[in-house]
Write a protein that binds this ligand. Structure first.
Ligand code: MN
Ligand code: MN
Length: 303
């Protein structure tokens, strides 16, 4: 990989890690507004010199893909298990990382947090050219199992490309028999989701996260304006409140309905554990080498 790109990734990774920790710290205090926390994270990404790929969170049995709307009044509550997932890019070069915090002083799910950290660490230790993907999955799964949990099988890590969150290969969190081998220079994110539930997620509730798929002509001015507005994301995600704040709720809803009906915009609803199990997650992005460059790992990350 180009040294210049490597430098940029390290820069994006540092910002992503920093904002992840700041967001997690805020949310770990009971009574923190989810909306305020995510607005804060977005602002911090920009302040630190990054570009927003996304600022997302998820609570308890929701594993991922929750983003507050502008009128979301939810606040963190003692004992909540909150995942903070930050995506930062610099000219499309992406850093994707996540961590889990427990709100307040509850110890109830500490072991599950530990299990997800262990799973991530174990998998990273195996990262080098030639490692088959199933092995990364098995490492994650056995760490979860060792502490009495399981991994969420239908969520996975992924390769990363420029302006592309999911680059085409999935990194499993169990032995899925995928013999594909890691290649030198690949950019990958490893992200075990650990649960005390069944180990599967399904979509639950309305989406607030979207991405533009294939672009084509649209009729209504609302849809046109939205497409124009999200163009700068270049295929990276955008969220409902950006649109409602820019255009108002009515126009945003009308425009989004058309864009989804035409298949131009794809929605990503919240993902919840099927049996209501609590979910923890940790994630790092890295460049595959004999000694991988885990570019979202900073001194603040003990995992
Ligand atoms: Mn992520
Ligand atoms: Mn990811």
């Amino acid at each position: 990989m180009d040294l210049e790109v490597q430098k940029i990734l390290l820069q994006a990774g540092k910002i992503a890690s920093q904002v992840k920790h700041e967001g997690a710290k805020k949310l770990s205090k009971p009574g923190t507004s989810f909306l305020e926390a995510m607005d804060y994270c977005e602002q911090r990404i920009k302040d630190l010199g990054g570009q927003i790929a996304w600022a997302q969170m998820a609570v308890n049995d929701t594993a991922a893909h929750y983003c507050p709307t502008e009128d979301d009044t939810s606040v963190s509550k003692e004992g909540d298990v909150i995942k903070v997932d930050m995506g930062v890019h610099i000219n499309g070069h992406l850093a994707d990382n996540a961590m889990t915090v427990i709100v307040g002083s509850s110890n109830e799910h500490k072991e599950m947090v530990k299990a997800a950290q262990n799973a991530l660490k174990s998998a990273i230790k195996l990262v080098r050219p030639g490692t088959p993907l199933w092995q990364l999955g098995e490492a994650q799964y056995s760490e979860a199992e060792a502490l009495g949990f399981t991994t969420v099988k239908n969520l996975s890590g992924h390769t990363i490309e420029r302006y592309q969150v999911h680059g085409g290969n999935s990194i499993p969190s169990f032995n899925n028999k995928d013999k594909t081998e890691l290649k030198e220079g690949w950019q990958i994110a490893i992200e075990p989701f650990v649960t005390n539930g069944q180990g599967l997620i399904k979509e639950k509730g309305p989406a607030t996260i979207f991405m533009v798929g294939k672009e084509r002509g649209v009729r209504s001015p609302y849809a046109k304006k939205i497409l124009e507005y999200v163009k700068s994301q270049q295929g990276l995600p955008f969220t409902t409140r950006w649109l409602t704040r820019q255009f108002g709720k009515g126009p945003a809803a009308l425009g989004m309905r058309e864009l989804q009906q035409l298949g131009i915009v794809r929605s990503y609803p919240p993902l919840a554990e099927v049996s209501g199990g609590i979910v923890t997650q940790f994630e790092h992005s890295m460049i595959v080498k004999d000694k991988p460059i885990v570019y979202t790992r900073t001194e603040q990350d003990e995992w």
